[in-house]
Design a protein around this ligand. Sequence first.
Ligand code: ZN
Ligand code: ZN
Length: 784
Amino acid sequence: MAEINKQLFSEDKNWSRKLEKEIEKHINSLKWEFNPNSKKRIFSLDTPPPYTSGRPWHLGAAAQYSKMDMIARSHRMLGDEVLFPVGMDRNGIPVERYTEKKYEIRMRDTKREEFISLCNDSLNELEKEMLEILKSFGYSGNFDDIYRTDSESYRTLTQSTFIEIWEKGMIIRGTRPSNYCVDCGTTIADAEVEYKELETDLVYFYFKLKDSNKKILVASTRPELLAACSVILVNPSDERFKDFVGKTALTPIYGKEIKIMAHPSAKADFGSGAVMICSYGDYTDVMIIRELGLKETIVINTEGKMNENAGDKLKGLTVKAARKEIIRLLEESGALEKVEKITHRTPMCERSKTPIEIISMDEYYIKVNDIKDKLEELAHKLEIIPEQHRQILINWLKVSSDWPISRRRYYGTEIPLWYCNKCGEPYIPEKGKYYRPWKEKPPGNPVCKKCGGKEFTGDNRTFDTWVDSSVSALYVTKYLSDKKFYEKTYPMSLRPQGIDIIRTWLNYSILRCYQLTNELPWKKAWIDGMGLDEHGEKMSKSKGNGIDPTIIIEKYGADAFRFWAASEAMTGSNFMFSESRILGAGKFLTKLWNIARLIGQFKYEDTNIDTKTLEKSDEWIINSTKKLINECREGYSDLNVFTPANKIREFVWNVFAPHYIELVKGRAYGEGVSLQERDAARYTLNYVLKNILLLLAPISPFISESIWLSLYSQDSIHYEQLPNKQDYDEELASLGEKLMDFNSRVWNLKKDKKLSLRDPIKIDILEDLAPFKKDLSSMHNISK
Ligand SMILES: [Zn+2]
Ligand SMILES: [Zn+2]
């Protein structure tokens, strides 16, 4: 600590990364263990366990995490016992893809055991790097007790919660049309689908009518699904097709009989006005086939290739190749009219950025449809900051449906189920243990309840990773393992997260925790906006426009980065990356650094100070500091770091430095004043600086610690409390305004007269400002 105590008095006139590096070890050695037996009020955060995959994090994510850290730090300083866990989300497709790339292997061609072990190696490396980044910007989570979603204890929780809701009847098995990503080789949830406008072919071709020479022109973007066509729809008000409704048509090439029906979902102004409904080109197809009770025909297999139902000519081709081939076949048969280029809203897999297919697969689903009303009620009950983001959750709930949770992947929490070899009846084990059915026998030699069979085969699928991460609040509050701890900490105080995972993490966490505990997992949710690049585009790994936070932190320092993150945008608003604004934040910190270097010279004996002997200017700045204290306390209490950051900067830059320090500099040096007057200035300068440091500590923990230890204490500022709420004198404040106006007037006058600031000037001091007369005369060198 000795080095830190001297940092302020070194040669360094700029606050910099170099100085931060010198104290990084110290900052990260401070302990942030949570004491469940504390008498203090508990403040617990259900922080997002960052996803461990590939090069971790862009700057937007680092900014979000640093703001969460400010919330945790400020609540400690507000007197709370803070539970601020560090978690790592390690399950799922991204790490599998990363591992495939890194070792140049394919998951499905590698032994499961071996693949899992390679994923684990990748994860350990990536995690190390992520933890280093977190520490580099002073994240104050409990690093001694990191939780990992792939650990035995976490997976036990995931499986146990599944077993619990299975027994409550909240899981259904079904073969339903679901989003299927061929690239990822698995079913995906609606929440993981994104839409992109892509150019595609709209193909016009004729169906002949069965009992006449007439033909009907149909337009489709998915002609390769022709073998799966089950009806042709036209709009009931479309006069062109009046005579066709009720007739039977024959599919070209295949010659299958198809009914022509009137249905409002057919749009007269799209294509030819007649559409073919296939299983499944899009969600309209799913809806219509369900509504009309039609039989589905599956023509695409899970590898994204056409199967035998598509006929010999297409069988084995990829969807893309089949589309080309069917156009050729239609042309050959004379059924093709034309091919038009259009842009089409295409559903894409959020992870692999490839178009999804809709395929009927045998999956497990968590029931959502049955409890949608309740979920909506909970969504209204939860306090959401900022309020306007609530609507995103509500809108999503309205369109969401049962959640498919089984995945055909390797690196994930296993579905804890076995099936009777004789009759297929599922066997589910007791909760409280971690099971791997793909390699283990069911525990305790079970007998099939239905047929008495004794042989079982394990399910080899895993869960959607959101099944794991949606119970993070239950994991950190020890739902399964420590009842006393759980009762003390659940529901948690806060879920902080980004706006981009409302549909997934926020939504699924509410659903899962409600199913298990009958209540909301937290009192509040704090939803931050997204980091945008310099052109206002959302930063993302796939776009390649993500800025590496480590480069920025090395260049400008963690404190400057954090101060920028806090001061740039209000909670919930997007924030645009700007190197010049981060540089600006650094300049502010250097300003504060130099103020501290100046004030550091002014020692005084505390015992000599009787606050009744303070000068009017001292009283004024102390009063202004009190206002700042109240504003910052209020901001921090409301989980708002934007207000404290901006108020502190405004106060230091525009009030304290130019007005007060200039006013009393001479007095602090003891120029022509009594010892008492001198010490009053010295006392006040230190009073203000001390409070600024305390208020700034949650936002910029390095510089505040460095100055604090250099000047005020042997003990860390981060173990201090924020100053209490203060009584503030409005009258004194308005007098201060007049004082500052007067200063500005003198500066302008000197500027007009081309005088330097130290040159003498003749000017009358207003009667109101008489109490400041001595300081003002010294500051402006006012001649009598
Ligand atoms: Zn995918
Ligand atoms: Zn059986």
